[in-house]
Design a protein around this ligand. Structure first.
Ligand code: 23J
Ligand code: MN
Length: 260
């Protein structure tokens, strides 16, 4: 099929509902949860929205705002430059990553049942290999998405799940990141939690393995995703282009999935 035929079929399928567009993005507002790091580090401030004018004397026919937030706020993209392990790659920031890398097939790993039993559940190589027995090998250039059910926790306290010893939220076992990055050559990893690493990952070896090892392999992250329960295990396409912030380490973004 020619490129024209493929895109004509695609637009027709989207118009008829044969292919649906699913929004994987959380609302961005002052109450949007942000990552809490250990107290010795600088913290990410909450999102702020400031009114410029609203059909008033400041601008009689227009409404607009300005906003302030960290690059890693709400549903957001992690670029390789975000971590020291990824800092020396070429084209490792939001403005320079080749745009082809923002679109890829989704492999959705469902561990809702495991996470219900254990909020600290980690996806292991064995878990991925079992998934591949059911669904086929993860193709190169795929987004690997961890469906944990965590986005159903609408109460911010439950979403953060902060205890005296830090947050208790699911994530990736340190061993599975090199497996996904090198053996499977994925685009990156996406999660429903506030950051791509588990809540207890500050104490792993290495600390923050998804950040350290994914970005160390020039791969990406997507955090605070939702609606992963509307995706099939395979067959959807994820579109996740960050803002073109010059030398940005990441950005809030709209993440969409095309779902058959
Ligand atoms: C800064 C430092 C450590 C981490 C993070 C940010 C994130 O999770 C993030 O949003 O990238 S682990
Ligand atoms: Mn981030």
């Amino acid at each position: 099929m020619s490129g024209v035929d493929i895109l004509t079929s695609l637009t027709a399928a989207m118009a008829s509902g044969t292919i649906k567009v699913v929004d994987l993005t959380q609302p961005l507002e002052p109450k949007t949860p942000v990552l809490q790091l250990p107290p010795e580090y600088v913290q990410n401030p909450p999102f702020e929205l400031h009114n410029l004018s609203e059909y008033d004397e400041r601008g009689p026919a227009w409404y607009w705002n300005w906003f302030k937030c960290g690059e890693h706020t709400g549903t957001h993209f992690d670029a390789p430059i975000h971590f020291v392990t990824g800092k020396d790659y070429e084209n490792n920031a939001t403005d320079t990553i080749p745009v082809e890398k923002f679109i890829g097939p989704a492999c959705v790993l469902d561990a809702v049942a495991e996470v219900e039993k254990d909020p600290d559940f980690l996806i292991t190589i064995e878990f991925v290999e079992e998934w591949e027995k059911q669904n086929g090998r993860i193709p190169a250039g795929a987004w690997v998405l961890f469906r944990s059910g965590w986005s159903k926790r609408l109460d911010p306290e439950e979403f953060q799940n902060m205890k005296e010893d830090g947050a208790h939220t699911p994530g990736w076992h340190p061993d599975v990141i090199p497996f996904l990055a090198e053996q499977r050559d994925v685009l990156g990893a996406g999660v429903e939690t506030v950051g791509t690493d588990a809540g207890q990952a500050f104490g792993f070896d290495p600390a923050f393995p998804c950040h350290v090892l994914m970005h160390g392999a020039n791969k990406f992250g997507l955090a605070s995703l939702t609606n992963l329960d509307q995706l099939p295990a395979t067959g959807a396409i994820v579109i996740a282009p960050p803002l073109k912030i010059v030398r940005g380490s990441g950005s809030p973004l709209r993440v969409l999935a095309l779902v058959p």
